[in-house]
Each structure stands twice: as structure tokens, then as C-alpha cells.
Design a protein around this ligand. Structure first.
Ligand code: DGJ
Length: 716
């Protein structure tokens, strides 16, 4: 990518007129968002699209709609902002005050536009942070009560964007537990479509905070204009897509206002979460690569570091283990050649030992009869075996059968005068309460202090917020959803500050937590409890739309053991590779294969985890799928191919018979080799120009069920 030369246009204001002398430009290398202050002093979106060569020409474009539409004025569609003022007036009229634009230390540019409602002195700041070379823009807002009395915030979107295209196609990623992120595309016509969640402690279960809107025609992997957006918020979100009577599309993104009215005290400011988007003119694949590059460079905790392979005991033992079994597994982690052993749920609680999911959550002391020598004996064993040690926790939650619940019912989110109902037999602790924040921080802090060898936490969260009532919020119950998430971030801030080296997996009963604010703290996430490799092909395809491979924990398990171990491993190699089985679950040859696969993965890691991902053939399109990763700077590549369930005598679809690669240098020559074969012997395919591989391609699929292959494409 070419370096971006930053031109900072801090517009001069026309004295007294509150009108910016020129357009407010938010630009990346390829995208421009142009805002304009009209004669009435209000802020309009003039343009959002491909950057024009000549910036002077934006002037010729008529203003579209008001940039951040407010309730109670002339517009008849969904507003971005709704404030009920202290005097009961529910309307807001925002006019321009000033704007600034400045280069940030990380190379991005932050533009801040300040607006006010002159009648009430409330202030609204709109922020746009542009990352030039990755074409990502973050936008969020800040609302300040300038009145003498409290006001009520009813709607407070992070962002509002306007589009004008002949047609719009929305791709949403919805599903359920163990069936996350299924892509569904639908046309948007007049009216409103909302994607929202009300799960409280997580963003995702039924629908993920990822969307794509194709403008004009449905975008393919390589062609078409497509907006891809997500909200950085580990809680209730809402995306509103509304096509008006003139065929214009408005996209409003932010916290779900559902049961979330906020009282803002005099002088208080509310800051919304970041809406993060890219606008690609080269289809969905480019949009994904924009997100991947941006995340690794700017957002993801330890985005520039590699990730550890691991052996997890969850599916190997569930709750049924003791010290001896775990020590054996730690030895197996060493024998396999992974970097870490991860001890999952079931190691804690004594009065109500955690022998199933009905009790013990909240009592974070080792169960004495399972682990008489504590976690220390295990970290010691891990050290002896030369592997790191990771530990599962779920510190935001409590089982009613626990000492914590008996002692601190006031810390639990539960309705005072109703029977409790449970999601996975548990309740959520009230993170809006600073005492609870201290307690949750203390869970990690105590474990790390006692066992400094813990290198990794898998932080689970198996219940949405249920029985919604906070003892702490008292008369402000509608603050709970937001304050819960903010409380969580306060805890995570403290952990990150005190233990900067710690790696953590974000997990929420599968892929319930998968958002970019969470990933400022976590290094990776668990996409699904469904580890059937065929299902994972779809799930990884879905999450790869915005998340890079290094964030996607992918484990080889015994699910769908009709699929060969190689198939299961190859699927997992496309993310952050782990194993969740006992070596006894495999025969000798399979174990040997896995050891070789881990060695192969370690060699390929820089390409898979840091490279450019190209989704070549979608699992949705038929019986085969393929994804390829190309090392940065014109480097070597690796191609994964999967034949899922080709039908009897089916011929490979013509478009897939020759698999065409992407992202290579057409002028360079590459050696293509099939590696990672079960016989341990590499197979030379041949030497070809990048041009040939991308234009003609190679016959890399087979007609055999559940078959996978891995090809290296090395530049000569
Ligand atoms: C749900 C997670 O998604 C699983 O991986 C596992 O950690 C269980 N919780 C443990 O209770």
C-alpha cells in the first residue's frame, strides 16, 4: 500500500456565522466522507463514497441529508438522537459550532465536529477517526447536558450514514448457540429493517454485530461497492437500515436504546461506543482485508504478536478430571508439540464443588478433592513439560448454589420480588456496582498473584443478563445494560494495566462475545461451541468477514469424527489452532499426523495469522470451499481446499474445476506443493507464474467426501 500523505484541513470559520468555510473532509486512501454546514448552520452529509481525484469537486455535490438527525424536527424517519429536555421539550435542533482535525500518534486522523442546540446549550460532538491505509473509519458521538437540570437521553446513536444507490442488499450474520453467523442476504426496500440484540452481557447469540450493505448490486468477493460495519460494544446493539420515500438509505448504528434511557446530570457527558466501518469498491474480500489489517495494527490486544497453539481439556474430560488426568494431558500437550495447556471449567469450589454446570460458579478456590495440590501442581507440571499454562474462568457469573450467592445476593442481577429463572443454571453479577467490579478484578488478580505462571485466561460468560434488576442502580434501572458493559471495561482496563503480558480468550457460551471493543482487551475469541469441522467452515467464513485468523480460536475435537483428523485439523489451521481431545481419541497414525500438522502450522503461522486472506470458494456455493492466505509484501502463500459432501458422480462445477488463486504477483513464478499429507510426503504440483495461477488456476478439488488439502505456493 502506498503511504498516505496527511493533509490536515482544519477549516477556518467565518467569524460570527458559525459556518465552516469549506467542507469537512474525512478521508482514507480510497474513501471520502464529506460533511458540509449549510446556510441554516446545520450539518449535512454531502458525500460518502470513493474518494474523488479532485477534492475541489466535492463542492458541486448537493447536500444529502442532515448528518445526525434529531428527534422532533422536520424529518419523519428514525432519528439518531432523542433528548428529552429538562422542561419536557422532546426536540433537538443541532447547529454547527466548530470542528477540528488532527493527526493521531498512530497515524490516523481524528475529526471532531461540535454541534449545539442553542435553545438548550446541550452539546453534541461527532467524532470520525480515519485510518488511511486500511480504509477504516470509526465514528462515535459525545452528548453533553448543558442545561441546569438533568435531561433524559432516549436515543443516542454512535453514527448515522446516508447512501444513495439504485438498490441495497443487506447481508446479516445470524444464528443461535452452536450455529453462529450464518450469512443471509436480503434486499432492502422502502421501510425499516433492524438488527438488534437484548442479551445484555454479550453482543451475539442470535445475530452478530457484523453487517454488509451492497450498494447497487450484490457485491461479490472481488467486485462491487459494499459497506461493512460493526459496533465495538460487548452488549446490546442496534443497526437500523431505513430506506426512505426517495430511495435513500440511512444506516444508524449504536447501543440498542431498548430499556436504556439515560438520565444525564447537569454537565454530564455520555460517550457512545465506536461504530467501525469500511467502504470497499472491490467487493467483500477487500473489505475483510481492510478490517484484518486495521485490527492487527490498531485495535486488537497484541495485534502484532503471534498466538499460542494449545491443548484444551474441555471436550476431553468435561467436568470429570483430577490432578492425575490433567498431568497426563499436560504431558500430551508437550508430546503433541503445542505451546500451552488450557484447563477449562470444573476446577473450583468446595462447599458446592463444580462437578457440573449447576453449582460452584463464584467460588474461585480449587476443589480440594480434585486438585489437592492446587493449580500450583499443574503450573509446575506445565513448566516441567515446557508448555505454558492457561486457565478458564467465568468471573461475571454466579450459580445460586454457591457461597458467593449466599454471602452476596445483593451483588446479583435478580428481581427482588419474583422467582428467579436461570440460563445455564446461573445468574449475572451486577458489574454496574464498583464493589462487584473490584471482586471480578480480584478473581484474576488473586489467581495471577498466587500463580504467576498462568499465561492465559479463557474468560467465559455463559448467560445473557436475565431477571433484569440492579440493587445498585436503584431508581435508574434503565442504566443497567449500559453500565454493566462499562463496568466490565473498567475491570478489563485494570487487568490490562496490571498484567500487560497476559493473553486472554473471549468466550461466551460459544461466539456470544465477538466484538472489537472486547478485542481491545482479549487477544482472540471462541467462535462457537460447535466444533464439527463442516460447521466450522461456515462459522469461520462468517466471522472472517471482519475478524483476522489470529482472533478465531479453532480446535480439533471429536465432533463429527466421520471427518478424518486431517480434515478437522486443516479446518482449525485456518484460524488459531488448538486441540480439544485426548491422544487416546486417536490412533497412532493420527497422533503422528497431528504432530506434523502442528509443525507445519508453526511454519505457516506468519502467513495465516499475519497475511492477506482471500476467500476463494464459498461453502455456501456448493460442495467445495477454499481459502487462501498470502504473506505480506508479495510473499509466499498457502491454499486450503475442502471437499465437503460431493454427491455421487457429481462433477466439480466448471468454475471450481480449476481453482483460481488470488493476491499473487502475476510476474513472479511460484512452486506449488501439496503439504500436510497423511503419508508425510510432500507432493510437487509444479511451477507456474502468478498470472497462470490467478487466471487459469489448478485442479485442486477432489470428488471425495470430507477431503482436505493444503498447498504451499512459494515464490521462486
Ligand atoms: C462454554 C464454552 O463455550 C466452552 O468452550 C466451555 O468453556 C464451557 N462453557 C465450559 O463451561
Amino acid at each position: 500500500m502506498k503511504p498516505f500523505i496527511l493533509t490536515l484541513a482544519v477549516s477556518a470559520m467565518i467569524p460570527g456565522a458559525n459556518i465552516a468555510a469549506e467542507e469537512i473532509m474525512v478521508t482514507t486512501n480510497n474513501t471520502a466522507l464529506v460533511l458540509d454546514v449549510a446556510d441554516n448552520g446545520r450539518l449535512y452529509q454531502k458525500y460518502l463514497g470513493k474518494k474523488l481525484r479532485n477534492a475541489a469537486e466535492y463542492k458541486a455535490i448537493p447536500n444529502a441529508a442532515e448528518a445526525y438527525i434529531t428527534h422532533g424536527m422536520e424529518d419523519y424517519y428514525e432519528p439518531a438522537l432523542h433528548i428529552n429536555h429538562a422542561d419536557g421539550n422532546p426536540s433537538t435542533l443541532l447547529t454547527y459550532v466548530s470542528h477540528t482535525a488532527g493527526a493521531q500518534p498512530d497515524g490516523s486522523t481524528l475529526t471532531t465536529v461540535t454541534l449545539t442546540d442553542k435553545e438548550y446549550s446541550d452539546r453534541v460532538k461527532l467524532f470520525y477517526q480515519a485510518y488511511p491505509e486500511t480504509d477504516i473509519i470509526k465514528s462515535w458521538s459525545e452528548i453533553t447536558n448543558g442545561e441546569k437540570k438533568p435531561v433524559e437521553l432516549e436515543k443516542y446513536a454512535s453514527s448515522m450514514l446516508h447512501f444513495n444507490a439504485p438498490a441495497y442488499y443487506l447481508t446479516q450474520y445470524n444464528g443461535d448457540w452452536a450455529s453462529e453467523v450464518n450469512a443471509t442476504e436480503l434486499p432492502l426496500s422502502f421501510g425499516k429493517k433492524e438488527l438488534d440484540t437484548k442479551l445484555g452481557a454479550r453482543a451475539n447469540m442470535f445475530v452478530s454485530p457484523i453487517f454488509q450493505v451492497s450498494l447497487g448490486e450484490s457485491a461479490t468477493e472481488d467486485a462491487g461497492d459494499v459497506l461493512v460495519g460493526t459496533l465495538g460494544w460487548t452488549g446490546n446493539f442496534r443497526f437500523t437500515f431505513e430506506v426512505d420515500h426517495q430511495g435513500a438509505l440511512r444506516v444508524i448504528s449504536g447501543i440498542n436504546p431498548y430499556f436504556s434511557k439515560r438520565t444525564l446530570a447537569k454537565g454530564e457527558t455520555f460517550t457512545t461506543p465506536e461504530f467501525i466501518f469500511t467502504l470497499s469498491n472491490e467487493g467483500r474480500g477487500k473489505a475483510s482485508r481492510n478490517f484484518h489489517d486495521w485490527a492487527r495494527k490498531y485495535q486488537l490486544n497484541k495485534g502484532d504478536e503471534t498466538r499460542m497453539t494449545l491443548l484444551n481439556n474441555w471436550e476431553a474430560t468435561y467436568f470429570d478430571f483430577d490432578e492425575e488426568k490433567l498431568k497426563k494431558l499436560i504431558g500430551e500437550a508437550r508430546d503433541l508439540g503445542v505451546d500451552m495447556f488450557l484447563l477449562d471449567d470444573g476446577w473450583f469450589a468446595n462447599k458446592y464443588p463444580r462437578k457440573g454446570d449447576t453449582q460452584g460458579l463464584g467460588d474461585w478456590e480449587e476443589t480440594a478433592d480434585k486438585l489437592p495440590n492446587g493449580i500450583g501442581a499443574l503450573t509446575e507440571e506445565a513448566r516441567r513439560c515446557g508448555v505454558k499454562f492457561g486457565l478458564w474462568i467465568e468471573p461475571e457469573m454466579v450459580n445460586p448454589r454457591s457461597e458467593l450467592y449466599e454471602q452476596h445476593k445483593d451483588w446479583v442481577i435478580t428481581l427482588p420480588n419474583r422467582d428467579e429463572y436461570y440460563f445455564r443454571n446461573q445468574l449475572v453479577l451486577d458489574l454496574s456496582n464498583p464493589e462487584v467490579q473490584d471482586y471480578v478484578f480480584g478473581v484474576v488478580d488473586k489467581l495471577k498473584t498466587k500463580y504467576p505462571d498462568i499465561a492465559f485466561f479463557k474468560w467465559d460468560c455463559n448467560s445473557p443478563i436475565t431477571n433484569i434488576y440492579s440493587n445498585y442502580e436503584k431508581m435508574n434501572q434503565s442504566h443497567l445494560y449500559v453500565d454493566y458493559v462499562r463496568g466490565l471495561y473498567k475491570v478489563l482496563d485494570r487487568i490490562k494495566a496490571k498484567y500487560p503480558g497476559l493473553m486472554m480468550m473471549m468466550c461466551s457460551g460459544g461466539g456470544g462475545r465477538s466484538d472489537y471493543e472486547g478485542l481491545k482487551y482479549f487477544t482472540e475469541f471462541w467462535p462457537s461451541d460447535n466444533t464439527d469441522p463442516v460447521e466450522r467452515l461456515y462459522i469461520q467464513w462468517g466471522f472472517s468477514q471482519i475478524f483476522p485468523a489470529k482472533t478465531l480460536c479453532a480446535h480439533v475435537t471429536t465432533w463429527n469424527s466421520s471427518a478424518p483428523v486431517k480434515f478437522r485439523t486443516n479446518v482449525a489451521m485456518m484460524g488459531k489452532l488448538g486441540f480439544d481431545l485426548k491422544l487416546d481419541d486417536m490412533n497412532k497414525d493420527e497422533v503422528e499426523y497431528c504432530k506434523r500438522a502442528i509443525r507445519n502450522y508453526n511454519v505457516l503461522k506468519p502467513i495465516i495469522l499475519e497475511g492477506d486472506q482471500y476467500r476463494l470458494v464459498s461453502p455456501y456455493s456448493g460442495e467445495h470451499t477454499s481459502t487462501m492466505y498470502v504473506g505480506k509484501n508479495d510473499g509466499d502463500a498457502v491454499v486450503f481446499t475442502f471437499d465437503i459432501y460431493p454427491r455421487y458422480k457429481q462433477s466439480i462445477h466448471r468454475s471450481e474445476a480449476q481453482l483460481r488463486m488470488k493476491g499473487l504477483n502475476p510476474a513472479a513464478t511460484y512452486r506449488v506443493t501439496e503439504i500436510d499429507r497423511t503419508d508425510g510426503k510432500d507432493r510437487q504440483i509444479g511451477e507456474y507464474s502468478g498470472d497462470y495461477l490467478m487466471t487459469v488456476g489448478l485442479p485442486l478439488f477432489t470428488l471425495n467426501r470430507l477431503t482436505s488439502r493444503v498447498f504451499t505456493v512459494n515464490k521462486l
